[in-house]
Design a protein around this ligand. Structure first.
Ligand SMILES: Nc1ncnc2c1ncn2[C@@H]1O[C@H](COP(=O)(O)OP(=O)(O)OP(=O)(O)O)[C@@H](O)[C@H]1O
Ligand SMILES: [Mg+2]
Length: 270
């Protein structure tokens, strides 16, 4: 207990002072191999079965396509916090379309670490970064291929709003995983029918473990909210809430039509 804590106690009634003096010294967090144990200390609600599956998944490449406000960012933050604590020296890279958005993910991680009383400091190089006492390092980088080189031994890359990230950025960050056999977690709502996130979700041979949750399958959003959202969002509703990769404005042909046109089996029946 610091001198300031004692001074603060001077104004307290005697039994409060006794309780404070008898309080055990703050122990570090108990972190088991199961990220769900840590998550249960950090969030007040029960995680969805899919959130638990993602937290526990050892899959190297995960693509999570879920409706708005499902809890994608929070789930990713929990996965990052567990890794950062459980594996000292972990190198975790966060990417989002804007620094504000990767900052939001970083803030969610910071709040969890703060709740666990784990002090963090900046790394001295990157504005949006956190260095933990165990040597784990978390850094948010911008959506650009120019300035994001120079990371190695990366344990986990999290790309939030992945459908809105440029392919050039993806091509710049993906090689960070080469030497370390690190993991990649992509999370997003859909955004058109092009780009690496579209491919991760749609190309079965590409090695991603995929998770998808539509708002109409979710127990958390009420039918009343969803019918209002349908009215308010119009065409955007399908992408924002139903995981539907509708044609982007710059596309001339719907991707399904193109795929059908190219599919020899479908052609044979024409
Ligand atoms: N299992 C759950 N039960 C109840 N609330 C949850 C659950 N998972 C997440 N939430 C809450 O849902 C809200 C949205 O979480 P989050 O921002 O992570 O969602 P998101 O999918 O990233 O949203 P967006 O698509 O807008 O970026 C937060 O308030 C979070 O605490
Ligand atoms: Mg989010």
């Amino acid at each position: 207990m610091s001198i300031w804590s004692y001074l603060a106690l001077a104004a307290e009634p005697p039994e409060a002072i006794f309780r404070a003096l008898m309080r055990p010294a703050a122990a570090g967090p108990v972190v088991t191999a199961d990220p769900a144990d840590l998550a249960s200390q950090l969030v007040r609600f029960a995680l969805d079965p899919i959130q638990l599956e993602i937290l526990r998944s050892p899959a190297r490449y995960i693509a999570l396509c879920c409706h708005r406000q499902w809890g994608k960012t929070q789930c990713a933050a929990l996965k990052a916090v567990h890794l950062a604590i459980y594996r000292p020296g972990a190198e975790i890279i966060l990417v989002a379309p804007s620094l504000r958005q990767s900052g939001a993910l970083l803030r969610a991680i910071y709040q969890f670490l703060d709740a666990l009383q784990i002090p963090v400091k900046r790394d001295g190089l990157n504005r949006l970064s956190m260095l933990l006492p165990n040597g784990s390092h978390i850094v948010a980088i911008p959506n650009t291929s120019d300035t994001v080189r120079g990371f190695s031994n990366v344990s986990l890359i999290i790309i939030d709003e992945a459908a809105f990230i440029k392919d050039e950025t993806y091509r710049a960050v993906f090689p960070f995983l080469a030497a370390s056999n690190g993991n990649l977690l992509l999370l997003s709502t859909p955004n058109g029918q092009t780009g690496f996130f579209y491919r991760a979700v749609h190309e079965p041979q590409n090695g991603f473990v995929r998770f998808q949750v539509r708002a109409s399958e979710s127990s958390r959003l009420t039918p009343e909210f969803l019918s209002m959202a349908r009215l308010e969002l119009g065409d955007a509703y399908a992408q924002e809430f139903e995981c539907s990769f509708t044609m982007g404005e710059e596309q001339i042909f719907d991707r399904d039509l193109i795929d059908q046109a190219l599919d020899p089996i479908i052609q044979a029946f024409r």
